[in-house]
Design a protein around this ligand. Structure first.
Ligand code: IVH
Length: 675
């Protein structure tokens, strides 16, 4: 490519990648697949590798931040980064309004903005002529720490504004305040990943977010699922500065910043109080933790003119939700066995109410945690329930001890199967390593059929336990040899239920290889590693015969995971599982290699509408694709078949109007056999 062509392409790539980043991370509405996105980034990296002089700090390639800081440099904030006074009730809010109305009676007629109070870490983002030049922590409110490199790895922090071509021109200088946090689900997934790998888990999302931002090695920050929401302008040099809090949020959004979507304007303090009280319960509908709501006087000039009390501006106040921490008695410590054999201690509590929910059990994380915190059976313990997260024990109330408390000794044998437990030096987790442990069997099969893996519809934990107890399955492969007559003999199994179950087990054979690899439950092999392995090896035979070197050649697979994979495939019980899966025809191959398989749906387009009983949404798509067909979103002349389940939508009417054949899920299976 000629020099100018390369440069043009580089600029084009940066613009489209910025746009896709914005759509993905801020709008939550991506229009291209992750694969396509990676290809764009790859192409950009290639051009930049050929022309290092063209690399600019706002290039999307600069997010990964590989350089390691030795310590953080101090940053003087352009204006004080203030805190907030607290209100604990509706009456407190009304009293606040009355107080400030005495200082300025315009308060009696102004409106308010109500925003969620994110439980994260404040950061301050500096932009010069639209370019992200510096990011800092709050520090003491006057001086913070420079965490620019780390913040660049947070994908919802714009590196250049506006992020979209049609956005407003950037001001000469803009300093924005936001909150960095981790979504509840991402936090649970992060902990699950760590615990599967035998690593120490985090206690709560807030501390994890804070710790991640203050990493000297930005690649660690990059590996954490951090997000940001922005809510204030700290400094502005340019034209048409927003005049109200509401305009601030709208303006920031137009520049490409993520802002709290739940922010709302209210005319009176009474409306604000009602909304705050409703949020006490409504908070659980949010994907992130909040510890209250922030009430802000909407006109910025009025808010500023009210001044401060210490570090708290008078023009805003935090409405704090009722505390989610209580103390209760620790009656016992029980140990659960997980899928990979990890033993997890759980607290059995004297039932206690936290935020309207009765809590009877709480997690104690791991055995080291119990020892470090010196938690004893019989102790009064402090329990925290943070939103939907599993309640956990913060620690003992040592002052309440009577002397009858008993120090805890971790089990030396598995509580489920009685075999000795084992511990890898340097890891926190203790494992039951007996592959025949019944509890591990249930957990393994549960994982095998779960939504994230083979997604076998209608096979929940209760049925898995029932099948294991009835000795009809010992391992997941036995699912493919279930006998119809024996199933009918089980309690609660009528003809229809049995047929649906067998049909959805059968349908799982059309799942992509990556899902099967993930389903095997190899330690450290999650969704991403599974996809990498499927791509690299193409089928299970090739993966099973790979050696350490073959495995470590794959990016993202280090010696530990490679060893876990080798270990899994060398185990006789697992070899048996593989033999049975293969014999049952449960042996998917990676799609590019699947050309040898029968492709009866090649060249055919399908639309699916309504709920199917033996396929999930994703499942029916993968089934059709595995047989060569394409699944399309809307009905048109080019559609070959419409697959309709229960409660179909308007797509069914449209199909009928166009005379397109409509079939049900049995019809789909028949079609696969007859075409
Ligand atoms: S406004 C003058 N808005 O809560 C501006 N703060 O307890 C004062 N916080 O230090 C802050 N969400 O870290 C504001 N929507 C929001 C917020 C928010 C979370 C944090 C912020 C502040 C703390 C005060």
């Amino acid at each position: 490519m000629k020099e100018q062509e390369s440069l043009d392409r580089l600029q084009e790539l940066r613009a489209v990648i910025h746009e896709h980043n914005y759509r993905y991370h801020v709008l939550d509405a991506p229009v291209i697949s992750d694969y396509e996105y990676d290809q764009l980034l790859l192409e950009l990296r290639k051009i930049e590798a050929e022309h290092p002089e063209w690399v600019t700090p706002d290039s999307p390639t600069q997010r990964a931040g590989a350089e390691i800081a030795e310590r953080f440099v101090k940053v003087q904030h352009p204006a004080p980064i203030l805190s907030l006074a607290n209100a604990f009730s509706g009456a407190d809010l009304v009293a606040w309004r009355d107080r400030i109305a005495r200082l300025d009676e315009r308060v009696l007629t102004c409106d308010y903005v109500l925003e969620p109070k994110l439980d994260g870490l404040t950061v301050v983002l500096h932009y010069a002529d639209g370019l992200f030049v510096r990011g800092a922590t709050r520090g003491n409110g006057e001086v913070g720490e420079d965490i620019t490199t780390n913040l660049k790895t947070v994908t919802s922090v714009p590196l250049r504004i506006p992020t979209r071509k049609d956005g407003p021109r950037p001001p000469k200088r803009l300093v924005v305040r936001g909150e960095v946090f981790i979504n509840r689900e991402d936090f649970l997934a992060l902990n699950a990943r760590l615990s599967e790998g035998g690593e120490r888990t985090y206690q709560n999302a807030r501390n994890t977010a804070a710790g991640s931002l203050r990493q000297l090695d930005a690649s660690i920050t990059a590996s954490r699922p951090l997000r940001i929401l922005n809510y204030a302008i700290v400094d502005f040099q340019g034209q048409d500065a927003p005049a109200s809090q509401r305009e601030t949020l709208e303006y920031l959004a137009r520049l490409g910043f993520a802002v709290p979507a739940e922010a709302a304007v209210y005319k009176t303090i009474e409306e604000v109080v009602a909304a705050c009280e409703a949020w006490v319960d409504r908070r659980k509908t949010l994907p992130f933790e909040i510890d209250g709501m922030v009430v802000k006087i909407n006109p910025l000039q009025l808010a500023a003119s009210l001044g401060f009390v210490g570090k708290d501006p008078r023009g805003a106040i935090a409405f704090k939700f009722p505390a989610q921490e209580v103390t209760t008695k620790l009656n016992d410590i029980v140990v659960n066995v997980g899928r990979t054999g990890v033993l997890t201690p759980n607290a059995v509590l004297e039932p206690v109410e936290i935020g309207g929910v009765i809590v009877r059990q709480a997690t104690l994380h791991n055995f080291d945690y119990i020892a470090e915190k010196d938690i004893r059976v019989g102790d009064r313990v402090l329990i925290k329930r943070a939103g939907e997260v599993i309640p956990y024990v913060i620690g003992p109330v040592a002052d309440a001890r009577t002397g009858s408390e008993v120090a805890y000794v971790p089990p030396s044998v598995c509580p489920e199967c009685g075999e000795p437990v084992s511990h890898v030096e340097g890891e926190v987790a203790w494992y039951c390593v007996n592959p025949a442990c019944p509890e591990q069997r249930v957990r393994n099969i549960e994982h095998f059929v779960s939504r994230a893996t083979l997604d076998i519809v209608g096979l929940g934990i209760k049925i898995v336990e029932q099948l294991v107890r009835a000795k009809m399955v010992e391992d997941a492969a036995d699912l493919y040899a279930l006998d119809r007559a024996r199933l009918l003999g089980l309690e609660g199994f009528a003809e229809k239920k049995v047929d649906n179950l067998l049909a959805s087990i059968e349908a799982s054979k059309f799942r992509p290889l990556a899902r099967l690899i993930f389903a095997l439950g190899i330690r450290g092999v999650g969704e991403v590693v599974s996809a990498d392995l499927a791509g690299a090896f193409g089928n299970l035979d090739a993966l099973a015969s790979a050696n350490q070197e073959d495995l470590e050649r794959i990016e993202g697979i280090g010696p530990n995971i490679a060893e876990a994979i080798l270990d899994w495939f060398s185990h006789p019980a697992n070899k048996k599982v593989l033999r049975k899966l293969k014999a049952a025809g449960m042996w998917p191959v990676q799609t590019q290699d699947a050309v040898s398989g029968r492709q009866p749906f090649a060249g055919k387009n399908f639309v699916v509408t309504g709920t199917l009983s033996s396929f999930s949404r994703e499942g029916v798509k993968e089934y059709i694709q595995a047989l060569g067909g394409k699944v399309v979103g809307s009905v048109s002349k080019n559609i070959s078949y419409v697959v309709a389940g229960e409660n179909p939508g308007s797509k069914l009417d449209k199909a009928r109007a166009l005379g397109i054949p409509v079939i049900d899920e049995d019809g789909l299976r028949q079609l696969a056999e007859t075409l």
